[in-house]
Design a protein around this ligand. Structure first.
Ligand SMILES: C[S@@+](CC[C@H](N)C(=O)[O-])C[C@H]1O[C@@H](n2cnc3c(N)ncnc32)[C@H](O)[C@@H]1O
Length: 342
């Protein structure tokens, strides 16, 4: 997003539309500098959150930040058919996410959105200002809106027309005039051929058939796992092909169980697909998510089958080419901005 917003807000305030190019979800101070909430850790002050391999979305500071983002009016859950939420042959989109502990339900709707703080961190850590983001499984609007707010260009490939329509409406409302914020309807295995060259690939794919988004034959979420894996691998291959040399990619994934109750090993399959496409596995972070409804299931689930209630996701980061050069590309612009605001 390229619009300026001179309005200053206090910590915890809702995000205002039309954010500035130097952007903070907490607004600007009297001098027009982005507000960074006080933290005891100088490392966190510098990098928003300390870049350790365990990230806790349960922390109060994280939750405050998330509230500031969602207060902007991002409604990433819009665009999914009602019958995909809590009912239907496919069962629920969010029901399963919540069940697996991959997502938490939101107070507002009983549905959930991809965490905007994860977007903020990944964009800030692994891409620079002005970077082109390519997201082959866009889903809701959040990754696009946050990209725009942080001065990144965004291309999101999404199969379902109703989702694309909803995202475009949200984009026009929250990031008016941003011509670099774009959602493309269609099968990403085809649309990626015409996607822009990427400085950062960032996505959250369907987790096999855990949530079935549509009955479109190109929708990889309604495929048998072996077919899913092949189609998923082809889309990752195309995305990595779009990624410029010496750049990072990040997929947020979580393992899930097959119908017999065993894990699919989806995290490892994702890593294998990126490695096969020519991007090397570079970082993994465990994102600790809230317990949510898990506390109501934990006793039964553990007693019945010794299954642990899952309260984490895996953030996988890959590098195509030289990580030193990729780091240089990511920090150019971004670190200068950060040091200015500390
Ligand atoms: C996990 S969802 C993304 C959800 C998103 N992270 C969010 O928070 O809203 C994956 C998306 O991939 C889309 N999808 C499935 N198959 C696709 C394909 N072949 N090409 C493009 N998008 C596809 C689905 O329609 C769904 O919206």
């Amino acid at each position: 997003m390229n619009n300026q917003n001179s309005q200053s807000t206090t910590e915890g305030d809702a995000l205002q539309p039309n954010p500035p190019s130097s952007f903070s979800p907490f607004g600007l101070d009297l001098f027009g500098e982005p507000i960074r909430p006080e933290t005891k850790s100088p490392v966190a002050q510098k990098f928003i959150v300390s870049p350790f391999s365990v990230l806790s979305a349960r922390d109060g500071a994280w939750q405050d930040r998330k509230r500031a983002w969602t207060g902007m009016g991002i409604q990433s859950e819009l665009g999914r058919a009602d019958e995909m939420t809590y009912m239907g042959a496919a069962k629920s989109f969010d029901h399963y996410r919540v069940k697996e502990g991959v997502r938490e339900s939101t107070e507002e709707q009983g549905t959930s959105i991809f965490d905007p703080v994860v977007c903020e961190l990944m964009y800030s850590w692994f891409s620079g200002k002005g970077a082109q983001v390519v997201d082959p499984f866009a889903g809701g609007s959040v990754r696009g809106i946050v990209a725009s707010c942080l001065g990144r260009k965004y291309w999101g490939g999404e199969l379902r027309g109703e989702q694309v329509e909803e995202n475009r409406k949200q984009g026009a409302d929250l990031c008016p005039g941003d011509t670099d914020l774009c959602w493309e309807e269609g099968d990403s295995v085809k649309t990626l051929d015409n996607a822009p060259d990427a400085d950062f690939v960032f996505s959250c794919p369907p987790y096999g058939d855990l949530e079935i988004y549509s009955d479109d034959p190109d929708d990889i979420s309604n495929m048998e796992y072996h077919t899913f894996k092949a189609a998923y691998g082809r889309i990752i291959l195309k995305a990595v092909k779009r990624l410029k040399q010496d750049r990072f990619a990040c997929f947020v994934v979580g393992d899930f169980r097959d119908k017999k109750g065993f894990y699919r090993n989806f995290v490892s399959d994702t890593i294998a697909a990126f490695e096969a496409a020519g991007a090397r596995f570079y970082n993994e972070a465990i994102l600790v998510t809230s317990v949510g409804s898990g506390s109501m299931r934990v006793t039964r689930q553990f007693e019945a089958g010794r299954k642990l209630v899952k309260t984490h996701q895996n953030i996988l980061v890959f590098c195509k080419g030289d990580w030193k050069k990729a780091t240089k590309a990511a920090i150019e612009g971004e670190i200068q901005t950060n040091t200015k605001t500390i």
